[in-house]
Write a protein that binds this ligand. Structure first.
Ligand code: DGJ
Length: 727
């Protein structure tokens, strides 16, 4: 049983194949964390419930007395504010009296097979009840009446624990939640580096690694989206841990809105991690009997380095987060009209793109922004989701027929959460944009955000989308989100609920996405937010692929793709080849083949040579689809650590095939190049597909592969394949 209860020590043990997590119900029903790390057979770890070192400055529990126990020095499983623990808290409940002292104590548990969905929120799932087991721990605050449930769903095969919390108002009065994090974890040390993913538009998910120090540190977003600027992912890596070695804890929030992931190191040199909805921009009022559910946080531990942490996330997300038809079915390779034409297209131009693209091996044409209302630039028409028949002269149905006749599928672009001031929708409903009464809202890309927290607004957008999608043969939908949310307010929210806006907005977006994927299960969704501004696990529940960045420069993409791969699988990573010139098409294709390969260029303008490269590379993409989509990724040389070169490798799950890619960032004239491969079977033999040379897995991994005769000029790249063979 992956989850067990030990009556003697009052401990809960949550095991995966390689990890253990132990919770103890301590005296006075405090809930403590005894252990999270590599698997141990024991169900009790002595010595963790330490007493405060500096006595009166860490107040003691009044029942246990002065020499007893202080919450300030104990490893609290779900820390609360104001009741003796001065570190960053996971839960704050404001009483109807106005005070916010919160103190929860254990009152029961339940263990069951499988995993439940979270009402109204996306989350990971078990494919069958035997794949996961769930522990619900019940706790209560005797004074406020808050009833708290801590959920732990364990996926033993994947070494993953999914956590979340719900808070129910068990009193007869109103109650305000000031903060409710999804996860709280007290670790007994602070000798870790904090790894996070920061960025901006067109430069998403740069890897940043810093040493933990005393005090609070971390990342957050208050932009109304998970954002380009910080991703809802952090890892704590043992000092010196690298891709292959060392303890690593990874945390990823299944949420697309404002978040915080904080680590506090205290005077005992312990670290507390909290992750969840950003408390600065949140509060929630519960009427008597009502429940609030937090989003889910995914927690991974491995003693085998940062690379293994990533592979655990990748396997888990491919198997237990991404869903729908295209979870397993091969996705169509697409050409997108955006960089090829921007707003300047009509039906004939799209048909011309499709004809040329078909010759290259492309399987779907995506008509990006500009097909609706009067949209010829970015100043108007968001919200007017009807076809511009001046551009698509025979209408959408006719265009799709022409594209289908060429043998391509058809995809379309939407930005449902936005409204242009210059739109029929805004003229009819000026109060539907997100704004504060009496203030003129900020503009971003000439647009306002539409109030997704309102059901009437969502219903309008849904009806408009339903009409287009149900009347036309649409195979793909790109969902964009091109600005962040300022002036956060909804006309329908009463004053005491204003800080609920951001979460209600995100839940509203999920509601609309859910209607779409359930009504149109055959449409492939691709998430996008000005590139990768909402690249988070929640979006993967609706769209199996996410446009990683508007930056399609192959060298810049190395950084973006290395960073994205920290926790997101290659199967999810939208990667297209465009016409920008810093590298040749060979390298652009080799880099884009890391993700969901596609084209973002005018195929009628390609030279014969360029078209030849792309045609061959598309063939390679198809031939290696499974290897990249389902294979294990090894980051061999990171551009964040080596300014001259990047290298990565995909290994099939049965270790029978591997693809090695190298890209020169800056010329390597005089160096011998040797690369140590990873993830192969050491006692098996592998044949180099190009040269026919046969070498053992052990040699390729230990002695390394000598690469001679490759010039390696700036922007060059090389791809090699090895297949298992008899000697
Ligand atoms: C931003 C996206 O990232 C682009 O790919 C494109 O869809 C534009 N928006 C369209 O406005």
């Amino acid at each position: 049983m992956p989850i067990s209860y030990n009556e003697k020590d009052r401990t809960f043990k949550i095991d995966t194949e390689k990890t253990s997590y132990i919770i103890q119900v301590y005296d006075e029903n405090y809930i403590l964390n005894l252990y999270y790390g590599a698997y141990i057979p024991d169900s009790y770890v002595p010595g963790r419930a330490i007493r405060a070192a500096n006595a009166s400055f860490s107040p003691a529990d009044p029942v246990m007395g002065e020499n007893g126990f202080s919450p300030d020095a104990a490893p609290m499983e779900y820390a609360t504010i104001g009741a003796g623990d001065f570190r960053v808290s996971a839960l704050e409940i404001q009483n109807s009296n106005g005070d916010n002292v919160t103190d929860i104590r254990y009152c029961g548990y339940k263990i069951y097979d499988g995993k439940k969905d979270i009402p109204q929120l996306p989350s990971s799932y078990a494919n069958s009840d035997s794949e996961a087991q769930t522990l619900e721990l019940y706790a209560k605050d005797a004074v406020t009446g808050a009833a708290v449930t801590l959920y732990y769903s364990v996926f033993p095969k994947y070494d993953v624990i999914a956590r979340r919390v719900s808070v129910t108002n068990g009193s007869s009065r109103k109650m305000r939640i000031g903060r409710a994090f999804s996860l709280c974890l007290d670790l007994p040390e602070m000798d870790y580096d904090l790894i996070s993913l920061h960025g901006c538009y067109a430069k998403e998910r740069n890897i940043e690694r810093r040493r933990l120090g005393h005090g609070i540190q971390g990342v957050s977003s208050r932009r109304g989206s998970s954002s380009h600027v910080q991703n809802p992912f952090i890892a704590l890596a043992q000092r010196g841990a690298d891709e292959e070695h060392g303890d690593v804890y990874g945390f990823n929030l299944v949420y697309s809105g404002n978040f915080a992931a904080l680590v506090e190191c205290d005077y005992n040199c312990t670290s507390r991690v909290v992750m969840g909805i950003d408390p600065e921009t949140f509060s929630w009022t519960l009427e008597s009997g009502e429940t609030f559910d937090t989003p889910e946080a995914i927690m991974v531990y491995t003693p085998s380095g940062i690379g293994e942490m990533s592979r655990i996330f990748h396997r888990f997300y491919n198997n237990n987060l991404i869903r729908g038809r295209y979870k397993t079915e091969k996705r169509p390779l697409l050409i997108n009209s955006w960089e090829a034409a921007f707003f300047d297209f009509d039906d004939d131009k799209l048909v011309a793109f499709a004809k040329e693209a078909k010759k290259l091996g492309v399987e779907m044409l995506v008509m990006d922004d500009g097909w609706f209302g009067n949209r010829n630039d970015d100043t108007c028409s968001l919200g007017d989701w009807y076809v511009n028949e001046k551009k698509l002269k025979g209408g959408l149905g006719d265009l799709i027929r022409r594209i289908n006749d060429i043998g391509l599928k058809f995809g379309i672009w939407y930005e449902p959460e936005m409204i242009s001031p210059d739109s029929d929708l805004f003229r009819a409903h000026p109060d539907w944009c997100v704004h504060v009464e009496g203030r003129k809202p900020m503009l971003g890309r000439n647009q306002y955000v539409i109030d997704m927290s309102r059901k009437d607004v969502r219903d309008n957008i849904w009806e408009q989308m339903y009409k287009v999608l149900s009347e036309n043969k649409i195979d793909y939908l790109k969902w964009d989100f091109n600005r962040n949310i300022s002036d956060a307010d909804s006309a329908l929210l009463p004053p005491e609920r204003k800080k609920e806006f951001f979460h209600r907005f995100v839940s509203g977006t999920y509601d609309l996405m859910n209607r779409l994927i359930t009504t149109f299960p055959n449409i492939l969704f691709e998430n996008c937010s000005g590139g990768g501004g909402r690249y988070d696990p929640a979006m993967l529940c609706y769209s199996p692929q996410i446009w990683a960045s508007d930056n399609t420069d192959a060298i810049d993409r190395l950084y973006i793709q290395f960073g994205t791969s920290m926790c997101y699988p290659a199967s999810s990573m939208g990667a297209h080849v465009s016409a920008n010139r810093r590298t040749g098409y060979e390298t652009k294709c080799n880099v884009a083949r890391w993700g969901t390969f596609g084209l973002e260029l005018d195929p009628t303008k390609l030279t014969e040579d360029e078209a030849g490269i792309i045609r061959r590379q598309i063939g390679e993409y198809h031939r290696n689809y499974e290897l990249v989509n389902r294979g294990d990724l090894y980051r061999l040389i990171s551009p964040f650590e080596n300014p001259r070169m990047a290298a990565w490798q995909f290994v099939s799950p049965d270790k029978s095939r591997t693809m090695l890619t190298l890209v020169t960032i800056c010329s390597e004239y005089h160096r011998r190049l040797k690369v140590k491969l990873r993830g192969l079977a050491p006692d098996a033999y592998y044949k180099n597909e190009q040269s026919g040379e046969i070498l053992s897995g052990a040699l390729l991994m230990n002695a390394g592969l000598e690469i001679n005769g490759w010039a390696g000029q700036t922007g060059d790249s090389l791809v090699m394949y090895f297949d298992k063979t008899e000697r």
